[in-house]
Write a protein that binds this ligand. Structure first.
Ligand code: KDG
Length: 311
């Protein structure tokens, strides 16, 4: 059984190759997204033993995703093919300064996830479970599945990492805040980005945000700050980790790769600050090209980037 498990909604991605809204003749590069799936692929590319749980439609997009996990060495043996619901997709549109996600995922196969799709023995035998706020936002059953998986993991001593990944298009902000703050208190490591940290806590300063996240009950908070690096906070100390300064084209999926690299390093027994440096180095590669998955580095490259970061 896999050492590192995640579950949620995988998406096929259509990433606009030029700026401007939809228009005739606009070109999109086809790729993959879905935070939990991005995480699983990144774990595998970085040398971890990844398992992924989900539901996909019995359609071409679902088959593309099944092929992705097979090619990437992610154990997707329990992914359910649901003939009654489609695979979700999303578009990434750009206006020159910001990128917007446009979803076509309502009523998707993954939105039908329930606790029954998450085999307890996978969670009990894993070293680490990664859960996300997007999985909680897409449906009542999938939100229940997150809570049940956390309970099973806690009882078994499996480490739980949590990315609130707040997507205001998916649920009202007051609900997102309430659920993700509550969930943060149930996990071992809570890993939002700076913007999400601000939304969750109402604080501005990274160290104040990290302290408030710890007050929610998580023993560790990792605040991802893009080119400004990350803060890793425990009750004992705050450690600031730098980032490589690179030309950013598309940040989509960088946070998922950060989470995955951090998870792989923790499972390998590395110290937390070292794990965060490795994660920061790996994530810096993702932002340099289009797509959540295309740019996820393999282990050798991530190790080289870590060498540059710590040189
Ligand atoms: O973290 C990147 C994801 O947000 C992206 O791949 C799409 O999963 C996605 C979502 O629900 O926004």
């Amino acid at each position: 059984m896999p050492e590192i498990v995640s579950f949620g909604e995988p998406l096929v991605e259509f990433n606009a190759e030029s700026v401007g809204g939809p228009r005739p003749g606009a070109l999109y590069s086809t790729g993959f997204g879905g935070d939990s799936s991005n995480f699983a692929v990144a774990v595998s590319r970085l040398g971890g033993d990844a398992g992924y749980l989900s539901r996909v439609g019995d359609d071409g997009f679902g088959r593309m995703l099944l092929e992705l996990w097979k090619t990437e060495g992610v154990d997707a043996g329990h992914v359910v093919v649901d003939p009654g619901h489609p695979t979700g997709v999303y578009f990434i549109l750009r206006d020159g300064t910001t990128a917007e996600f446009v979803y076509r995922r309502c009523g998707s196969a993954a939105a039908q996830l329930t606790p029954d799709d998450v085999p307890p023995d996978w969670i009990e035998n894993a070293r680490l479970l990664h859960v996300t706020g997007i999985t909680q936002a897409i449906g009542r059953g999938s939100c229940d599945a997150v809570f049940q998986a956390i309970d099973v993991a806690r009882a078994a001593g499996t480490t739980v990492t949590y990315d609130p990944n707040i997507r205001p298009q998916l649920w009202p902000l007051h609900e997102a805040r309430a659920v993700t703050r509550y969930t943060a208190g149930m996990c071992d490591v809570v890993m939002p980005n700076l913007e999400e940290g601000r939304l969750l806590t109402g604080r501005e300063d990274p160290h104040d945000i990290a302290d408030e996240l710890l007050e929610l009950g998580a023993p560790m908070a990792v605040l991802k700050m893009g080119s400004a690096g990350a803060v890793v906070a425990t009750a004992r100390e705050h450690v600031r980790v730098p980032a490589l300064q690179v030309r950013a084209t598309d940040p989509t999926g960088a946070g998922d790769t950060f989470n995955a690299a951090f998870a792989v390093a923790l499972v390998e027994g590395r110290a937390v600050a070292d794990a965060a440096r490795f994660a920061s180095a790996a994530a810096s590669h993702v932002v340099q090209g289009l797509g959540a998955v295309n740019q996820i580095p393999r282990r050798r490259l991530a190790d080289r980037l870590l060498g540059e970061l710590t040189a």
